[in-house]
Structure formats: C-alpha cells, structure tokens
Design a protein around this ligand. Structure first.
Ligand SMILES: Nc1nc2c(ncn2[C@@H]2O[C@H](COP(=O)(O)OP(=O)(O)OP(=O)(O)O)[C@@H](O)[C@H]2O)c(=O)[nH]1
Ligand SMILES: [K+]
Ligand SMILES: [Mg+2]
Length: 417
C-alpha cells in the first residue's frame, strides 16, 4: 500500500470515528500515525522532497523573506511585478510561472525579499505540479502571502492551508508550550500545568499492561477498554519527561514530538477585488446560488459568498492589476514580520535613519541581542549604551545590555577602552 493510500485510509477513519471519551485514545494514535506517514512522504527522496531543486534555490537576501503561495492564476506574478521592479510573466493560463522569481521591496527601512512561486493545487505536497518545490521554498520563508482570487470559491483557502499544514507549516500560530524530553529508562513522567480539555492521560500514554497476574497465574492482557493506543506509545517513546503548559490538542503534542514544524505568520491577500463592484455587492439577493467561476479574470461577476470574506482573519483585499491597497498589504506584512528597527548613532554624528538594524521576533530585543546582530565581538567590548526613543524616560538615557529596545529607537554604543 502506498503512503498516499495509507494517509487517505487514516484520514477517512478519523473522519468516520465519533469523538468521545472511549475513542479519544484511538483517535490520538491515528493522528500520530498520520503525522508519521506524512513525514515519510515529505522525506521520500523519490518524490523530490529534500531540497528545493532547480530553479528554486534562490539565495536569501534582506531582512525577511516573503513567499507568494496560491492557486494558479490568482495573480501572484502580477503582484510581484506591481510591487517590485522585477517583471514576472503573467498570463491568463495556469502555471505561467514555473520557477521561483525573487524581487526586493524596501518597506519602512526593511529590505524584504519577495518570492513569486508557481501555483499550487490540491495534492501539491504529494508532488502534483511543482508543489513539492513550492512547499520547500515556503518552509524557508519568514512570512507567507497566500494569494486568493476574490472571484473564486473560498474553498481555495482551505485547500492551500491543508497542503501547507500537511508538510508541517503552521500559519499564524504560536508553537505549543510543550516539552518532551526522551530518556533511556524510567517510564513516562507526565505533568500538565493547566487543565487539558482536548487530551487525557490515556491518550498521551497507554496504561501499562503491567506484570500483573490473574488468579490463574497467567499474565493479564491489556484491558479492551484501554487499548494500547496512545500518542507516545505510537512513537515508541517508553521513557520521557513530558510537560504540557497549555491546553494542547493531540496535534499540538504530535507537533512537539515531531519537532520539525515551522511556525510563520501569514497574510491572506484577496486579489482581483476590482472585479467586484459595490453595485454587485448590493444587488446580489441573499442566498442566491453561487455563479460558476469566471474564466476571464477581468470580467466582473458577483462573488460567491462575499459576506464570509469579511470574516476571514488576517486578510487584506487588493488588486494587483490596478495596484489597489498594495501599501496596505505591505504594511500588514511588515507588522506580521514583527520587526524592531534600531537606528545606530555613531558618536558626534546624526543617526543613520536610512539603514536601521532590523531584529525580528515577537519579543522586544535587548541591547545584547542588537550587539550580537552587529558583530560577535561587540558585546565583549560593550560598556553601556545611549538610547533615544520610546523605550526610555529621558532622551538620551544610559542603558545596560539587558535594556529592551523599542521599534525606531536610536542607539549609540559606548565601548570599553
Ligand atoms: N481583474 C484582475 N485580474 C488580475 C489581477 N491580477 C492578475 N490578474 C489577471 O489574472 C491572470 C493571472 O495572473 P498571473 O499574475 O499570471 O497569476 P499567477 O498567480 O502568477 O499565475 P501562475 O503563475 O500561473 O500560477 C492574468 O490574466 C492577470 O492579468 C487583478 O488584480 N485583477
Ligand atoms: K497565470
Ligand atoms: Mg505566476
């Protein structure tokens, strides 16, 4: 049986199985199996897993890397051409773009690498189209723009998300606060610091059949109400310290065990918004069935289920063709990238406002992090710093290496002599 078939089998079994206390452990073990098969599928060298491959090994430059992912002909290449001075071929037929096309966008002092990619379709992760290569590049990005066609069914969003999820990409999600430390012996030492509503202990580790003997002196079999199915058992983890510090789902625990997940922010660019006019929005009677999707991109048709578009979180309506709201899109990407810009000020000179040092991460960076970003030696030479900006009460204020910097602070480093 092929991996794809096995995955389909398990997926359909999960879909068939009712969720209740009795089936929870079994469902968890199915989920763990599913994750293992998916990992094997991605790693399969015959499928072209591994590296990105020819035409896709674009060198990363700049402060952040943003990839365009979406169905064919949603307007990814038009978007790249509109945002940068790179002309990426756009046409009305599908799979116009066949490789990874990089462009550079300077935004609010940051140098952002934008990557136009071929369209992906359902089954991309199993090697359909150039899906594997696209996904391999997507994994290397700091943020994704999922481009959606406003004229098409919103189901496209779910399909793209499933393809990315299936290869361990987690969108707009924080890594679950779970620690799994494997050990050679000692059994499972499990503790949760908060109430778990999606997992119970039996779903995490199968109860030990134990060396308990029946009255006849024979070893008792594992009780049928406690099948030896649980996530850790499925991974053959017999000894480990497991600490769960969040209300984790079975998939969160599996993610923590698999450990190769990438967590990245994602903006949904709802493109071709020009093709929907306000008149049509108003004219469309409620509950009217969706018209078939338009074959011609510039022809205006009412959008199926337009009302749900406003409910999509993280979305940004644009027209890459007419360059509508592209600034709004870049602002959103910039915000999602969580960048802190620090302007450096050499002694006796004006700060360099043209080229801030960019530090990425949702936590505010310390002066120490800043120093390490500049040069390995700098932190050893560091005496103190002067800071101007919102992170200090007085301008300037003398700070130590533990001081937390804010976006757009000015920093002058004073070195030991
Ligand atoms: N109405 C409208 N049409 C657009 C817009 N952006 C792109 N198009 C059209 O949509 C078609 C596909 O655009 P592309 O930029 O080639 O789309 P793509 O996503 O790069 O397509 P592939 O590379 O094939 O995956 C072209 O005919 C574009 O002119 C837009 O904002 N509005
Ligand atoms: K196209
Ligand atoms: Mg294209």
């Amino acid at each position: 049986m092929s991996l794809v078939a096995k995955i389909e089998d398990i997926e359909s079994e999960i879909a068939r199985t009712q969720i209740n206390k009795q089936t929870m452990a079994h469902l968890c073990s199915l989920r763990a199996k599913l994750a293992k098969y998916k990992r094997e599928l991605v790693a399969d060298p015959k499928g072209g897993g591994g590296g990105p491959g020819e035409g896709f090994d674009v060198r990363a430059t700049g402060d952040a890397r943003v990839g365009f992912v979406g169905f064919p002909s949603v307007g990814k290449s038009t978007l790249l051409t509109s945002l940068t001075d790179v002309a990426s071929e756009a046409a009305s037929y599908e799979f116009t773009t066949l490789t990874c096309i990089p462009g550079i966008k300077y935004w609010k002092g940051a140098k952002i690498q934008l990557l136009d990619l071929p369209g992906i379709i359902e089954g991309a992760r199993d090697g359909k189209g150039r899906g594997r290569q696209v996904i391999a590049v997507a994994r290397t990005c700091s943020c994704l723009i999922i481009v959606l066609d406003a004229m098409k069914d919103i189901a496209q969003k779910k399909i793209i998300e499933r393809e990315l999820e299936g290869v361990g990409i987690r969108l707009n999600k924080q890594p679950p606060d779970i620690r799994v430390e494997k050990k050679v012996s000692g059994g499972i030492n499990f503790a949760a610091t908060c109430k778990l509503t999606h997992l119970d202990e039996d779903s995490i580790k199968a109860p030990r059949p134990g060396p308990r003997l029946t009255t006849h002196g024979r070893r008792r079999l594992a009780s049928p109400t406690h099948p030896r199915h649980a996530i850790l058992t499925e991974y053959r983890i017999m000894s480990a310290t497991v600490r769960i510090n969040c209300d984790a789902t079975p998939d969160d625990l599996i993610d923590a065990i698999e450990g190769n997940r990438v967590y990245m922010p994602c903006v949904y660019a709802l493109n071709k918004i020009d093709a929907i006019t306000m008149e049509e929005r108003r004219a469309r009677p409620a509950g009217r069935p969706s018209p078939p999707s338009s074959p011609h991109p510039l022809s205006a048709r009412p959008l199926p289920e337009l009302d749900i578009l406003d409910q999509i979180p993280h979305y940004c309506p644009i027209s890459s063709h007419y360059q509508w709201n592209l600034d709004g899109l870049m602002d959103m990407v910039f915000e999602y990238l969580s960048m802190t810009r620090v302007y450096t000020k050499p002694k006796g000179q004006m700060p360099d406002y043209e080229a801030p040092v960019i530090i990425r991460g949702s936590q505010k960076p310390t002066v120490e992090v800043f120093c390490k970003k500049i040069h390995r030696q700098l932190i050893h030479d560091f005496k103190y710093g002067w800071v101007w900006g919102s992170s200090v009460k007085f301008n300037p204020q003398k700070v130590g290496k533990a001081h937390l910097l804010h976006d757009e602070d000015v920093l002058q480093i004073v070195k030991k002599i």
